[in-house]
Design a protein around this ligand. Sequence first.
Ligand SMILES: Nc1ncnc2c1ncn2[C@@H]1O[C@H](COP(=O)(O)OP(=O)(O)OP(=O)(O)O)[C@@H](O)[C@H]1O
Length: 359
Amino acid sequence: MIEVIDLCKSYGPMLAVDEVGFTVRPGAVTAFVGPNGAGKSTVLRIALGLDTADSGSVLIQGRPYRLLDAPSRRVGALLDAGAIHPGQTGRTHLRILARAAALPPERVEQVLAQVGLEAVARDRVRTYSLGMRQRLGIAAALLGDPDVLILDEPTNGMDPEGIGWLENLLRSYAAAGRTVLMSSHHMSELEQVADRVVVIAAGRVVADADLGELVHGPGAPTMRVQTPDTAALRSAVAAAGGRCAAEDTETEEYAESDDADEWWDGAVDADDVAGFVDVHGLDRMELAELFLHARIRVLGLAPVRASLQDVYAELTADLGRHQSSGGELPEPSGSEDDRYAAGMIGRQSSRSSEEVAGR
Ligand SMILES: Nc1ncnc2c1ncn2[C@@H]1O[C@H](COP(=O)(O)OP(=O)(O)OP(=O)(O)O)[C@@H](O)[C@H]1O
């Protein structure tokens, strides 16, 4: 379990993380999402002892990271796959990490097999694609067979096969009762794998809910009704204790959308005089009763399926990026050896970004 408790962190005048609190439970994959600059990496760095909070704390299995016994057996982390030393082979990189964490050398071969890198284990990291580097970073996170996995944007640069592989890995990890926290900007991928979603914007948590609850809302799903009697529908829904979306969805606009193809196959033409009204708080049976009693002509009825992307866009619409202070990023705290051993930085972190990128 990971507990983030009333976390605050400023960089100069910039409040990067503002009383952030949420719990990441075992047995589930929790997605941690937010716009660029929302504060995700800051929370993850603090969780892993690479930065210090101004106030509040992050507990992993009940303790701050720095106070964990054998932290690499408790937490595996991937923060920056691009930071692995390009001159080393994949296997050497993992062997160094295993030795530093007092893990048996056979773990290296096991995780290489687990992430599908055995065939390139003897190649230098500079020859790896970004997707292969991500796999190597994930192998490093898995080395200690930890109960908690923290992955910052692990699917960046991965092809669809790699993403599918990672989704399976994370699902089986969670199914074994372990804790998985991953950040990503790819909502459609997260929708495939996440059980729970924490949304952060401008340093504050704006949603913390099960994926289903977030995309369907609590209670009955939103139903989209196509009817020529929109005014009558609205008053009948209000009388029955439901609620209608403020605007009717324009028939033509909706009929031309992808949703219409998928959900409204066989509905009347856009030319027909009918509007679409989204109804909240009444289920299909309640609506059927209402149509009958209020004598409302209905041409179509279907649940509205919001995507995580839709919900996310709505939640973060007004709360985009914090104003950047424009200052230099200070070095994270913790010795370089500690950070290398935790799989978070490359051994020669002073190398140029071009070298790190293998150019
Ligand atoms: N070391 C630092 N010094 C100054 N400002 C920082 C530092 N680290 C983060 N920030 C600022 O804090 C805010 C939060 O940054 P953070 O990297 O945590 O966001 P993020 O949600 O991970 O963004 P992204 O999705 O782009 O990775 C940003 O405005 C960033 O510029």
